[in-house]
Design a binder for this molecule. Structure first.
Ligand code: FES
Length: 170
């Protein structure tokens, strides 16, 4: 289960403690940390390196090699664009690029206000609906660049409402 958020030393130590001190556990550890925190915090990478007794640069090198890992926290509304085969053929990349422009971030990034993060994923299992994207828990099907930008509007309105409410609060 993804808990996301700032990692604690105790949480990191607990995950390390459930693995043997073997190099082949590097990727499982990276995956587990990302599932737990929503991203790979620097502290976690350092602790993994120390646990496996390998240079931190080696851990960083492996983590950055794979698209599946991200190094910044997730936004309040995490966006995932599918680039599996069916979605790729249905111009999924155009969806990703339009969101990069709309949010002014690159894939793997998070907006300055921490509201949106953007990632690409492999097949999420609904290829008949390609191209698809996910915002939070909601799957959006048969996307076009225009529809992708439109899908953000309710979240932007929600953000605006919350901002107004907090300004009105005494
Ligand atoms: S390839 Fe995108 S859902 Fe399968």
């Amino acid at each position: 289960m993804t808990t996301t958020g700032e990692p604690t030393r105790r949480a990191i130590a607990a995950m390390l403690g459930s693995h043997k001190r073997e190099n082949r556990n590097l990727i499982p550890l990276l995956q587990e940390m990302q599932t737990a925190f929503g991203y790979l915090p620097r502290a976690a990478l350092r602790e993994i390196a120390s646990f496996l007794e390998v240079p931190p640069v080696d851990v960083w090198g492996v983590a950055t090699f794979y698209n599946q890992f991200r190094f910044l926290p997730l936004g309040k509304y995490p966006i995932k664009v599918c680039l599996g085969t069916a979605c790729h053929l249905a111009r999924g990349r155009a969806i990703l690029e339009s969101l990069e422009r709309e949010l002014d971030i690159k894939v793997g990034g998070i907006t300055a206000d921490s509201n949106f993060s953007l990632d690409r994923v492999a097949c999420i299992g609904c290829c008949m609906l390609a191209p698809v994207m996910v915002v939070g828990d909601k799957i959006h099907s048969r996307m076009t660049p225009f529809k992708a930008e439109e899908a953000l509007i309710p979240h932007k309105q929600e953000i605006q409402r919350e901002l107004s409410d907090s300004e009105e609060a005494p």
